[in-house]
Design a protein around this ligand. Structure first.
Ligand code: MN
Length: 236
């Protein structure tokens, strides 16, 4: 069979570096979990009762991916551009209708991510019952570190997660405060999607989200996982 003939050269798949491997991790889909730390849910005015509620998700286009260390222009259409520091889980195997006890086998590794958000547009959409895409799925909105293979880490259940802007701490929490933990998230998400190698999942942000402006430097850290950095440039 001959190779397909395209009108123009398709771009290479979005991908992330892998620590200790010259091969890169090709990113297939980007899932994000909303309101997965109690204190953040409260600061957004939408507390979570795990006993009566389920996790919810939104997605970002893989083309929105940006590698840690980049400088990105302040995005168009917003005057309230927010950081959200998050643990990212990278999927390395197929999984469908998983039990939580089987979740670990799907995990390729972990990364430190920023779910950059046009908060003003997200809140207008939320309050009008509209999709969140303009607030969440925009160009360069999914920032991610290199992926650390799971190795001996197992299912991460604790570890400090912090974010600084220009060196000042803005977010400081622990992965043990996730409302739905990693196995619960993978089990739940796999009821709705066939999880596949290359999927990455932003697991939600702790409290302390806030705005950044041109010239700001964001750095985030997750114990045993890594660091993510982003510099905000001038508007386009
Ligand atoms: Mn988020």
């Amino acid at each position: 069979m001959s190779a397909p003939n395209y009108l123009w050269n398709p771009p290479p798949p979005p991908s992330l570096p892998v620590i200790g491997n010259t091969a890169r991790f090709p990113v297939k889909r980007i899932f994000c979990v909303g309101r997965n730390y109690h204190a953040h849910a409260v600061e957004m005015g939408r507390p979570v009762d795990k006993a009566s509620m389920k996790p919810f998700y939104f997605t970002k286009s893989p083309s929105a991916l940006v590698e840690s260390g980049a400088t990105v222009p302040y995005p168009t259409g917003t005057t309230n551009y927010h950081y959200e520091m998050e643990l990212v889980v990278a999927i390395g195997a197929h999984g469908f209708r998983l039990a939580a006890t089987d979740a670990q086998g799907l995990i390729y590794g972990y990364a430190a991510g920023l779910d950059m958000t046009r908060r003003d547009l997200q809140l207008v959409a939320r309050d009008q019952g509209r999709p969140w895409d303009l607030g969440k799925d925009f160009e360069r909105s999914a920032v991610c570190s290199a992926i650390l293979p799971i190795g001996d880490l197992g299912v991460l259940a604790s570890g400090a997660i912090t974010l600084q802007v220009n060196g000042g701490t803005r977010q400081s929490a622990d992965l043990s405060q996730l409302i739905w933990n990693i196995p619960e998230l993978l089990a739940d998400l796999s009821q709705f999607y066939h999880l596949e190698p290359g999927d990455i999942i932003y697991t939600g942000t702790p409290e302390g989200v806030g705005a950044v402006k041109p010239g700001d430097r964001i750095t985030g850290h997750i114990d045993r996982v890594g660091e993510v950095a982003l510099t905000i440039g001038q508007p386009e």
